[in-house]
Design a protein around this ligand. Structure first.
Ligand SMILES: Nc1nc(=O)c2c([nH]1)NC[C@@H]1CN(c3ccc(C(=O)N[C@@H](CCC(=O)O)C(=O)O)cc3)CN21
Ligand SMILES: O=c1ccn([C@H]2C[C@H](O)[C@@H](COP(=O)(O)O)O2)c(=O)[nH]1
Length: 283
C-alpha cells in the first residue's frame, strides 16, 4: 500500500500535464513505475485508504482468463467495468466490426485464449503456459500477451495491462506483468489485485509455490478531474496493514477456473479501510 501512495505522491510532485486526445482530458503523467507484490507471504495489495471493490477486480481477471468478449458476460460474474467502453465509446460505436450491444470485440482474453493464426486456426496462449508450468517447464517464453496491433481495430480498447510473463525457479513461480497505460486512482486499484491474484491462482493450479509478482508500468497518470480527490482526500489518510487473500483450495485446474469458479471462492481476511471515494471515470 505504501508503494501505491508513494507513486500517487510522485505523480503529484513530478508529473507533467499531457492532453489525451482519446478522452479529451488532461492527465498528470509520469513515465515508469515499478511495483512489487509479496504473494509468497500473502500481502494482498489492496487499497486501504479508500474502500476497494476488490471482487469486481477478481471477476474482471476471471473474465479475461475465460476469454470473454462481451460486457454482459462480465456483468454476469459481478463486474461492471466494461459497460462504458463497450457501449458509450463513440469510436467503437461507429466501428463496423462491433457486433451490437455489449460487444467488446477482440480484446484481452480473446487474444489470450483465441489468438488468430494466419492459417485460420487459433492459439490458446494461457493453456500452453499452464501445461508447461504443470510439467515443471519454463522455456523462458512463458508469455501471455493480449497485445495484437494487427487487430486493434477489431476491439473497443487496446489492452492496458498487456503482457504477463511467468518464470519458474525451482518450485517457485514468479510473474512479471507489463502495463502501457495506467489510470492510477481507478485502474491501478484493480490492476494490483489482478497481478497478485493471477500469480496466486497460477501457482495453485500448476502445483508450485508463489513467489513475487513484479508490475511494470510505463505511463502512469491521474486525470485532471481526479486530482483534487487524490491530493486532498485520499493522500491525507493513513493506510492500514495489508489483509490476506483466501482462495478456495479446491480450485485445481484451468478447467475449474473456466467452469465453476465464482466470486464466492475468494475472500479477504482482515480488510480495514477508509470510506469509499468515487473517482470520475473517463471513456
Ligand atoms: N479511464 C479508464 N480507466 C480505467 O481504469 C479503465 C478504463 N478507462 N477502461 C477499461 C478498464 C475498465 N476499468 C475500470 C472501470 C471502472 C472502474 C470503477 O469504476 N471502479 C470503482 C468501483 C467499481 C465497482 O463498484 O465495482 C472504484 O471505485 O474503484 C475501475 C476500473 C479499468 N479500465
Ligand atoms: O486495466 C486497465 C485498463 C485501463 N486502464 C486505463 C488507462 C487509461 O486511463 C485508459 C485507457 O486509455 P488508453 O487511451 O487506451 O491508454 O484506461 C487501466 O488503468 N487499467
Amino acid at each position: 500500500m505504501k508503494q501505491y501512495l508513494a507513486l500517487c505522491q510522485n505523480i503529484i510532485d513530478n508529473g507533467q500535464w499531457v492532453t489525451n486526445e482519446r478522452t479529451g482530458k488532461k492527465c498528470l503523467t509520469l513515465i515508469n513505475a515499478d511495483l512489487e507484490y509479496d504473494v509468497a507471504n500473502n500481502q494482498f495489495p489492496i487499497i486501504t485508504t479508500r474502500k476497494s471493490f476488490w471482487k469486481a477486480a477478481i471477476a474482471e481477471l476471471l473474465g479475461y482468463l475465460r476469454g470473454y468478449n462481451s460486457a454482459a458476460q462480465f456483468r454476469e460474474i459481478g463486474c461492471n467495468t466494461w459497460n462504458a467502453n463497450a457501449n458509450d465509446n463513440e469510436a467503437w460505436l461507429s466501428n463496423p466490426s462491433r457486433q451490437g450491444e455489449d460487444d467488446m470485440g477482440r480484446v484481452y482474453g480473446v487474444q489470450g485464449r483465441r489468438w488468430q493464426k494466419p492459417d485460420g486456426s487459433s492459439l490458446d496462449q494461457l493453456k500452453k503456459v499452464v501445461d508447461n508450468l504443470k510439467n515443471g517447464i519454463d522455456d523462458r517464453g512463458e508469455i501471455i500477451t493480449f497485445y495484437n496491433p494487427g487487430e486493434f481495430d477489431l476491439g473497443c480498447l487496446r489492452p492496458c495491462m498487456h503482457t504477463h510473463t511467468f518464470s519458474l525457479l525451482g518450485d517457485t513461480l514468479y510473474l512479471t506483468s507489463y502495463q502501457r497505460s495506467c489510470d492510477v486512482p481507478l485502474g491501478l486499484n484493480f490492476n494490483q489485485i489482478q497481478v497478485f491474484t493471477f500469480l496466486a491462482l497460477m501457482a495453485q493450479i500448476t502445483g508450485h509455490k508463489a513467489g513475487k509478482a513484479y508490475h511494470k508500468i510505463v505511463n502512469a497518470h491521474i486525470y485532471e478531474d481526479q486530482l483534487e480527490l487524490m491530493r486532498d482526500v485520499q493522500l491525507k489518510r493513513e493506510p492500514f496493514e495489508s489483509p490476506k487473500l483466501i482462495i478456495n483450495p479446491e480450485i485445481k485446474s484451468l478447467e475449474d477456473l473456466e467452469t465453476w469458479v465464482t466470486l464466492d471462492d475468494f475472500s479477504v481476511e482482515g480488510y480495514q479501510y477508509h470510506e469509499a471515494i468515487k473517482y470520475p471515470f473517463s471513456v
